[in-house]
Design a protein around this ligand. Sequence first.
Ligand SMILES: [Zn+2]
Length: 302
Amino acid sequence: MRVALVACLLAAAPLGAAGKPKKVLFVGIDGCRYDAVQYSQAKHLKELAAGGAVSERCDVLGARKTGADTSTGPGWSAALTGAWADKHRVLDNTFKNHNLSDYPTFLARYKQARPAARVAAFVTWAPFRDHVFDRSAWCEFVLDGDKMGYEVGDKCVAHSAAKGLANTDLDAAFVYFGNTDSAGHGYGFHPKAPKYTNSIEAVDEYVGLVLKAVRGRKTYANEDWLVIVCTDHGGKGRGHSLGEKEPEIRTGFLILHGPSVVAGAIKEQTQNVDVAVTALAHLGVPVKPEWRLDGRAVGLKK
Ligand SMILES: [Zn+2]
């Protein structure tokens, strides 16, 4: 496996509780309804939720009219950048005329704030490589899920990410799984659709693999990891487009887990844009007003 990373030459990671370096693992599960997670046998996700902070209603679109569809491009762009689509201008999966150069991902922001940081993204969706992470050398594009299928793609991502997280001094990583969305389109986005919940359980096994890699790191006892899990949209029937008025589509979820988290239900309304800002808060990167981000840090101890 090749993870292209900038050599760590300068400062150490910012120190967290008890002086431990702060790190982030962001797991993205495409088209994953939380009611289906709860209905499934997804033990790793349920353990993260039980021991962490949870929002079962995370808005993927935001209150403003932005013109964005309830689709993958806008959903992940919001979570990764902390801004809504009227700013990053990813309105659909074409990424046409996007403005991600003005709204980089939290991984890129972290690199800007701390050039010595090691960050990585393990993905199978080609637009991540082509549009979202294309300005940096650290995107690990495992294979093209649209061409190879996301079932095999997710498996490769899981093993690639586990290897990278176990053996590399990563500070922040995005790990993306896409087969839940494929299963929803094929068999229905619904807790009672067995192949959909089976796909969630398969991803859950990969989440377990990645978590085991993190927790098995030699330095894990002296690190302060924040694990974030969310989705980009839900689904209804066999689709998720044009879901502004469909709660099953525009309502995602947010799970936060780690020593820096206030465990329990997150009382405030959460939004996908909160993901990037929460990650930056944990990593000790102050959000500048001129970045014009829409998200807020949620679920973390003060
Ligand atoms: Zn999606």
